[in-house]
Write a protein that binds this ligand. Structure first.
Ligand code: R5P
Length: 288
């Protein structure tokens, strides 16, 4: 077995290797003067079972291309089986044709992975379960829900907690989290106004006087989270926490969350969070 890593999340790949007691195999990734990427596999992979760890984080296009070129290089080097380990598959959010003349890019990238040489894909908490169906090769779709639920069970009194879905699309996910903890759930009516802003309406479920845990697949610009915090405060929640699998934290997210009236925010390391984005109220759990 050999494990390689692109440039998106080297610490996670190293942690996975250390848990398996094997070294991370070397990959040389360079950029030519004309901005083309160049990848060379620096270990023999002939007839090996090979895994490449790469999350689709900023710069997303570079990280996707790094992975595609690596998969192609591994196949050309006669690897027996190649698994693309994509802890965060960002294009999963492009999963439907909700405007005229657009691409369903989540499916396009799945096709590109097949063309590049991925025999399997291993990913975590896709934006929507059905994105799984975009892949024509076997997919292991793992979830960090047990890891995040266990954190809340160990560190908080969950007897007065309610899990909150920020919109109808997230209800199944928040429902699984609530079941895991044996707590009730609530759902909020949400509309997206733009990439960074959302608006919310009615809360369905009981949150007044309760300790609310907003449960999400990802925190991207933080727009959904801050709007949900406001909605829950108006609805009388006693305390507010958040749990999300992917801490993307892009654009205005950190400024927004720094000031937000929330007790704690828990994410996992599917996305590598640079030092300058760490907040006191932010906990990063490992999914290695
Ligand atoms: C939306 O459908 C997702 O589940 C998340 O709520 C969303 O991706 C978060 O994005 P942002 O932090 O930019 O509001």
């Amino acid at each position: 077995l050999r494990i390689f890593a692109g440039n998106s999340n080297d610490p996670l790949a190293r942690e996975i290797c250390s848990k398996l007691g094997i070294p991370l195999s070397p990959l040389e990734i360079a950029r030519f003067s004309n901005d083309n990427l160049h990848v060379q596999v620096m270990a023999n992979v002939r007839e090996r079972d090979v895994f490449v760890v790469q999350s689709f984080t900023e710069p997303v296009s570079d990280h996707i291309m790094e992975l595609m070129i690596t998969l192609d290089a591994l196949r050309s080097a006669s690897a027996r089986r190649v698994t693309a380990v994509i802890p965060y598959y960002s294009y999963a959010r492009s999963d439907k044709k909700d405007a005229p003349r657009i691409s369903i890019t989540g499916r396009l990238v799945a096709d590109m992975l097949r063309t590049a040489g991925a025999d399997r894909v291993l990913t975590m908490d896709l934006h929507a379960d059905q994105v799984h169906g975009f892949f024509t090769m076997p997919v292991d779709h793992l979830t960090a829900i047990p890891t995040i639920a266990e954190h809340f069970r160990q560190h908080y009194d969950i007897s007065n907690m309610v899990a909150v879905a920020t919109d109808a699309g997230g209800a199944k996910r928040a429902g699984r989290f609530s079941e895991r903890l044996g707590i009730p759930m609530a759902i909020i009516d949400k509309r997206r106004i733009s990439d960074t802003q959302v608006k919310q309406g009615q809360v369905i479920g009981e949150v007044k006087g309760r300790d609310a845990v907003i449960f999400e697949d990802e925190i991207s610009t933080g727009g959904t989270l801050i709007t949900t915090i406001e909605t829950l405060r108006e609805a009388g929640a006693r305390t507010i926490h958040a749990g999300a699998v992917h801490g993307v934290l892009c654009g205005p997210a950190i400024e927004r969350l720094r000031e937000a009236p929330i007790e704690s925010i828990v994410v996992t390391n599917t996305v590598q969070i640079p030092e300058h984005k760490h907040l006191d109220k932010l906990t990063v759990l490992t999914i290695a």
